[in-house]
Design a protein around this ligand. Sequence first.
Ligand code: R5P
Length: 300
Amino acid sequence: MTRIARLFSFSDTLDLARAVGSRLELDVSPIEVHYFPDGESLVRVECTDPGQAIVFRSLHHPNEKLIEVLFAADSLRRQGATEVGLVAPYLGYMRQDRVFRPGEPISQRVVGQLLGSAFDHVLTIEAHLHRIRELAEVFPCPAESISAATPIAQWLRTQPKTDVVIGPDAESEPWIRAIAQEAEIEWTVATKVRDSDRDVRIDLPPLPAGTNRVWIVDDIASSGATLETLVRALKAFGVQEIGAVIVHALLERDMPSRLAEAGLDRLVSTDGINDPTNVISLAPLLAESIGKRLRTGEDS
Ligand code: R5P
């Protein structure tokens, strides 16, 4: 017997959840949040068919959102959901994966434990994993981070001929290589040193002579310092057309204009975080993975 499955989404991921739902022929119900004057959140979600439930929400600006997804999981279980999963296209707090300076927590583990205690499985895209290889190392439930390399490569293939795809730092190398090889474009990575939240230094690698059109590819743009510094370096080298593809657009409001001023011609992102720069849909990737999870969970 196939169990009933239903998707639930907070308002910020509703469009993406609907795109996934239509691929899987699953209904999507909204999750509402009321904010009390003192800042507390009241979450409301109706679940009329108990079965497998999947909650969508990207966890950027995560503090409020984290508690709200836990409330949603509690409500769904109280209404009879037999399994509750979380799809967080962007999963916050993954960058603090060790104690960098004495006195700090390992935020990644704390958040992993918290979400893993409330959800039966967690799915995300391009979690920022440096010192651990698998999300399963920090979550007490099945947890998976899937790569956005293929949708990015497919999109790059639709663009006018690009000379080079460039990643901002050495850590990005395997990912940039995978994207560039799939898109059949030359690739390279820069060297980056971060001095503070908003200050980075970047050294360009040697670029092929006659490099005129370049796409920067990065998993996150947050302060925008990485992109801005790299764009300025490429301009100084003489690159004429520069675009940037970002998976998670954690963009401050003035960032697109700052980047344009630095010389960036085009900024595009995936739709894991709702933003005007969204161009590349993660729906096919998420639908495939969620579909597999639901099939594995079917009663035979
Ligand atoms: C770093 O490892 C990431 O790939 C990004 O380059 C970084 O998180 C971007 O941050 P920001 O926009 O603040 O420079």
